[in-house]
Design a binder for this molecule. Structure first.
Ligand code: TMP
Length: 225
């Protein structure tokens, strides 16, 4: 049994990741694949509990290091329980956020730096690397406008509480955006950067192009084994 393909989607809040992951999953199913779709934080029973703790705006005063540790606790559980078994079984895994989010939000946004994140990833996650990361990054101004809009909307709705990050200020999102760009520049072979203010269909097309290339690559690798 050949190992599956691990694909992650990344981007700022409101970048359309969830819509795109669902469209990609449908596209893959139409081509005979059975992708496993998961998200972080969350995706396991333990992870869902961590998710409510870390995203609930009532979790006030959470220290940045504690926040990062919770993200990694969630990830280590998801890898053991869901991601590794699926990859071993040859499945394609689509994961909404992974360690790049920790590097961007805690490393960049919370200013903990990249090296502690990468070191914890090595220690706690066996340095598992996605085969492909799709990074959705509209221009900084559009991203900030979306983040502000979401802040306002969630404040107005005052509903289900997953709003802790959305209360952050512009400077926080600016650092997250910057760190994402840094990651893309550092790892061009893994990260496909989808930039600019594109329509949902245009982003989907770019994603399909990148995924098709990887799938063709895995088939070529199998034939030469
Ligand atoms: P989302 O599920 O809507 O993408 O929201 C998850 C939030 O959690 C989002 O604001 C980003 C944040 N987050 C981190 O700060 N660090 C992480 O490692 C992950 C996975 C998410």
């Amino acid at each position: 049994m050949s190992r599956g393909l691990f694909i992650t989607l990344e981007g700022l809040d409101g970048s359309g990741k969830t819509t795109q992951i669902n469209r990609l999953s449908t596209w893959l199913k139409q081509r005979g694949h059975a992708p496993l779709v998961t998200r972080q934080p969350g995706g396991t029973a333990t992870g869902d509990r961590i998710r409510s703790l870390v995203l609930d705006s009532r979790s006030t005063g959470l220290a940045p290091m504690a926040e990062m540790a919770l993200m990694f606790a969630d990830r280590a559980q998801a890898i053991a329980e869901v991601i590794e078994p699926a990859l071993k079984a040859g499945q394609i895994v689509l994961c909404d956020r992974f360690t790049d989010s920790t590097e961007a939000y805690q490393g960049g946004g919370r200013e903990l730096g990249s090296s502690v994140v990468l070191e914890l990833h090595r220690l706690l996650c066996g340095n598992l690397q996605p085969g492909l990361t799709l990074l959705l990054l509209p221009g900084l101004e559009a991203s900030l406008a979306r983040a502000r809009h979401r802040n306002q909307r969630t404040a107005d709705e005052n509903g289900a509480d997953e709003n802790r990050f959305e209360q952050e200020q512009e400077a926080f999102y600016r650092r997250v955006w910057q760190k994402y760009r840094e990651i893309a520049a550092r790892e061009p072979a893994r990260v496909v950067l989808i930039e600019g203010d594109l329509s949902i269909d245009e982003v989907h097309e770019r994603i399909v192009e990148a995924v098709s290339e990887r799938l063709a690559g895995s088939i070529r690798a199998l034939r030469t084994d």
